[in-house]
Ligand binder design. Structure first.
Ligand code: F0G
Length: 456
């Protein structure tokens, strides 16, 4: 087989700036060793997130020019609505400015004290929106998904037995909905099988509980189903997606991922009554129901992006470029969360820096080392993000110490990835000399965003 190439050519470029090691040392010191505080201009390869960082196509930009900015009933809304309805099959589509706006509306309407929401794994904004209303967000990923070294096809799956136990324990009346996140971003970007989605639906419906999908990366998940699940090899991505959505009562999407746009989202719902209640909130906090929190041009770009993301040439290249990165790292002995996720590689900092204890933040130390070595910006998903203190003020570490390298869509080429591999291998070779970090300023909430550090 020949090399799988980027299935596009580039007509607009954005310069990225090389920095010297001295410049990077000064920049990271000034940022308090927190990569969120770095100016993007000081980063050469920016892998902080794949959210809103993708490149739009010529057709999407053309759609931006055609955008109808009418307040009510804009042509762009009807195009957006027809594409999202054909894809999801849902009766009601509510445009929102991004994923968490959909979550705020949905869990604002359904949540509240004593309400329990199971998921394969909630993304942190989903969890925060549930907890903000006093509800409980419960992560029930399959045990296979917790082992970073296990190679298995669908490590993002829901633990069905655990879901049954939870329903028995708290009672279906206290569970306004159950959800599945595809792919499972907070658990290594791992996919969920169609069989598991169906089982989840069956269990929830048997107890009269609605089933929703957090579909930010639905197309990447459908590709994994096509590649790995028996019976799907000859199916189009669109038909796999339609089969998946047909199992659900609703879904919400951060369009900043698989709709290939820089901003946007939607909430799709079958139930007329629930949709009416959510639409009330939409008008209150986002905008009129035919634009939500978006401009008409954004709706055009999302509609076009949802068509392009289901193109198999695109998806083959997308998933392959991440797999390629994983293969090169594994060949070099670098410990990663196995297998490669759909949108990201997660370095296993616990095994990468075994001499740095959790309370010295191995993930953060590794992320800083990658920046110093090659201007690569990544994000720690470990004890800075999820660690906490017990009531006596003692440190409690996170379950995993990971560093996520999220790959923006259609932005970096193979040579950028080759360069990235070189940087990581160089840091790996010098890993013994990497020390830990300690808090200089510890932010009280969501501390990964604003805390600052000092070398320990
Ligand atoms: N759900 C999932 C699975 C996500 O990954 C995200 C965002 C959201 C919901 C929230 O959407 O950002 O549009 O409000 N994930 C980004 C990330 C931020 O870096 O993984 P949003």
């Amino acid at each position: 087989m020949k090399t799988i190439i980027e299935p596009f050519k580039i007509k607009m470029v954005e310069p990225i700036r090389m920095t010297t090691r001295e410049e990077r040392e000064a920049a990271i010191r000034k940022a308090g060793y927190n990569l969120f505080k770095l100016p993007a201009e000081d980063c050469l390869i920016d892998l902080l997130t794949d959210s809103g960082t993708g490149a739009m196509s010529a057709e999407q930009w053309a759609g931006m020019m055609r955008g109808d900015e009418s307040y009510a009933g804009a042509r762009s809304f009807f195009r957006f609505e027809s594409v999202t309805k054909r894809l999801t099959g849902m009766r009601h589509i509510l445009p929102t400015h991004q994923g968490r706006a959909s979550e705020r509306i949905l869990f604002g309407v359904l949540g509240g004290p004593d309400k329990v929401f199971p998921s394969n794994t909630h993304f942190d904004t989903t969890r925060a929106n549930i907890e903000f209303g006093g509800g409980r967000a419960v992560d029930l990923v399959d045990p296979a998904g917790k082992d970073p070294t296990l190679i298995a096809p669908f490590k993002g799956n829901m633990d069905i037995a655990a879901l049954e136990r939870l329903i028995a324990e708290v009672g279906p009346a206290n569970i306004p909905l159950g959800a599945t996140t595809v792919t499972n971003n907070a658990a290594g970007g791992q996919p969920v099988s169609m069989a598991n989605i169906r089982q989840t639906r069956d269990v929830l419906h048997r107890h009269g509980i609605p089933f929703f999908i957090d579909c930010a990366r639905f197309a990447e998940n459908c590709w994994f189903i096509k590649m790995r699940e028996p019976g799907y090899a000859d199916r189009s991505l669109e038909s796999i997606a339609q089969e998946m959505f047909a199992l659900a009562d609703g879904c919400w999407m951060s369009a900043k991922k698989d709709a290939l746009v820089n901003i946007g989202g939607f909430l799709a719902i079958n139930d007329d009554d629930l949709a009416a209640r959510c639409r009330q909130m939409l008008v209150l906090t986002e905008g009129f129901p035919t634009y939500g929190g978006l401009a008409g041009r954004d709706l055009e770009a999302i509609a076009q992006g949802l068509i392009e993301v289901l193109d198999e040439e695109y998806m083959r290249y997308r998933i392959r470029s991440i797999e390629f990165l994983a293969e090169r790292l594994v060949a070099g002995g670098v410990p990663i969360f196995q297998p490669a996720g759909g949108h990201a590689i997660y370095l296993d900092a616990r095994r990468f820096l075994p001499h740095v204890p959790a309370e010295r933040f191995p993930g953060q130390s590794l992320a800083v080392a990658l920046y110093l070595e090659g201007g690569v910006r990544s994000v720690e998903i470990g004890s800075v993000m999820f660690g906490r203190r017990d009531p006596d003020g003692r440190f409690v570490g996170a379950a995993n110490e990971l560093v996520r390298l999220a790959i923006p869509r259609r932005v970096y080429t193979q040579s950028h990835i080759e360069y990235l591999v070189e940087v990581i291998l160089e840091v790996f070779a010098g890993r013994d000399a990497i020390g830990g970090l300690k808090f200089d300023f510890e932010a009280p909430i969501l501390r990964h965003f604003t805390s600052t550090f000092l070398p320990a």
